[in-house]
Design a protein around this ligand. Structure first.
Ligand SMILES: [Ca+2]
Ligand SMILES: [Ca+2]
Length: 404
């Protein structure tokens, strides 16, 4: 009988933790049985320890936010966390819309489109895995979508406007400065109907990114320039442009290095044949190898004289498939010998870029702005081949400025 007591006594030593407890040790005096059993107590103690140590999450709603009626506004939970890790994010947008709860990083910073102007209180609720939560609020001020050409400087003279109701030059034209034409690539361009075009429905100009094209492929070209001469046209000291664009489907298959949507202005050189290298700006959505619904909006400024900005400068602004966007650009030449040219860009009425030290021209290339060219490129690092047709619409191009 004593032999039974020996393991029981040993259980008070270091070997006790490995004792499974239970039947073999059951009996009167067995220290492993009963509520006082050291083994069975461990999970209980561990549970109490977790409960006491679980910290509530922290919510950071960021902001304040500013947006426009009808334009998706993104909110971000950046800075929110839970000490134990996992959490969900739920957004009450303040207009009766609740988004979430979201549990992945891809979904926690959602977009919302407000239907009317006002200042809304956006409330973010962060909830952790054990149900503890925290809240934070931010104001979202929603303004009316600007009409007309709100950032056109006073004193600028309109010299081109097209509602693109048909293929140029048969479409509606207004203004003597610009002749519209298009290059190779048919049938990658067309005039199509879009009843939701904001300024001049229903005719819009459609570029088609066709299935089968390789990365780096151009789509089609729409361009305009002064019709008064051929090789030494009227040049402009300053130009302002407004236009609209939309990816009409809900997403777009884009290559890894993004794509150029809107093309560029020619500037500086004399001679018609040298337009192409004189890039002033373009819009290049950020990279993805998947069909996307939204893109970072980047701008390029480069010309034959200098590249004063990074190749593709991210504006921190998003564009969205299925949504018309308005862009405005204002460019003013530098004085020869000084890097004091300006490049300003607005998206949907909100300024997203200003560059004030651009050298557009120098003594060897003294000319001004002279030509506008839209030439979307499904561009980037290959090998990638488009597997489906996608489209870009542009509409209602308006240009004004001051001749030299
Ligand atoms: Ca927690
Ligand atoms: Ca139109």
């Amino acid at each position: 009988m004593r032999t039974y007591l020996i393991p029981a006594l040993l259980c008070f030593s270091a070997s006790c933790g490995t004792d499974p407890g239970g039947s073999s040790d059951s009996g009167v005096g067995d220290v492993d049985s009963g509520p006082g059993d050291i083994d069975s107590g461990q999970p209980v103690d561990a549970g109490r320890s977790d409960s006491a140590g679980d910290q509530p999450p922290h919510a950071e709603a960021n902001g304040p936010y500013a947006g426009r009626v009808g334009i998706p506004l993104q909110v971000t939970r950046d800075g929110s966390f839970d000490p134990e890790g996992a959490f969900t994010a739920t957004w009450d947008m303040g207009d009766g819309t609740v988004l979430g709860p979201f549990d992945t990083v891809e979904t926690m910073d959602p977009f919302h489109t407000y239907g009317s102007t006002g200042t809304y209180t956006v409330r973010l609720t962060i909830t952790d895995a054990s149900g503890l939560s925290a809240e934070d609020t931010a104001a979202a001020t929603i303004s009316a979508l600007a009409s007309g050409y709100p950032n056109e400087p006073s004193g600028f003279v309109r010299f081109a406007e097209t509602s693109l109701e048909g293929l140029p030059p048969s479409g509606t034209l207004d203004g003597a400065w610009v002749a519209w034409t298009w290059g190779s690539g048919a049938p990658r361009h067309a005039a199509v109907s879009a009843g939701d075009a904001p300024v001049s429905p229903p005719g819009v100009f459609q570029f088609t990114f066709s299935a089968g094209i390789d990365v780096g492929s151009g789509v089609a070209v729409l361009q305009g320039w002064d019709t008064s001469g051929d090789t030494d046209n009227t040049r402009y000291r300053a130009v302002y442009e407004s236009g609209w664009f939309k990816i009409p489907s809900s997403d777009f298959e884009t290559p890894g290095a993004g794509m150029k949507l809107l093309g560029y202005w020619g500037v500086g050189q004399a001679g018609m044949g040298t337009r192409v290298p004189a890039q002033v700006y373009s819009f290049i959505p950020g990279s993805s190898t998947f069909a996307m619904t939204e893109w970072n909006l980047s701008i390029r400024q480069q010309n034959h004289i200098a590249r004063d900005m990074p190749q593709n400068m991210n504006t921190g602004t998003m564009i969205h498939a299925g949504q018309w966007h308005n862009y405005e650009i204002l460019m003013i030449l530098n004085d020869i010998g000084s890097s004091n040219g300006t490049l300003s860009v607005w998206l949907d009425g909100v300024q997203i870029h200003e560059h004030t030290d651009v050298m557009y021209r120098n003594a060897g290339n003294p000319s001004g702005f002279y030509g506008r060219r839209w030439d979307p490129i499904w561009g980037g690092i290959g090998p990638e081949v488009k597997s489906r047709d996608d489209h870009l619409w542009i509409d209602h191009i308006y240009i004004s400025g001051q001749a030299m």
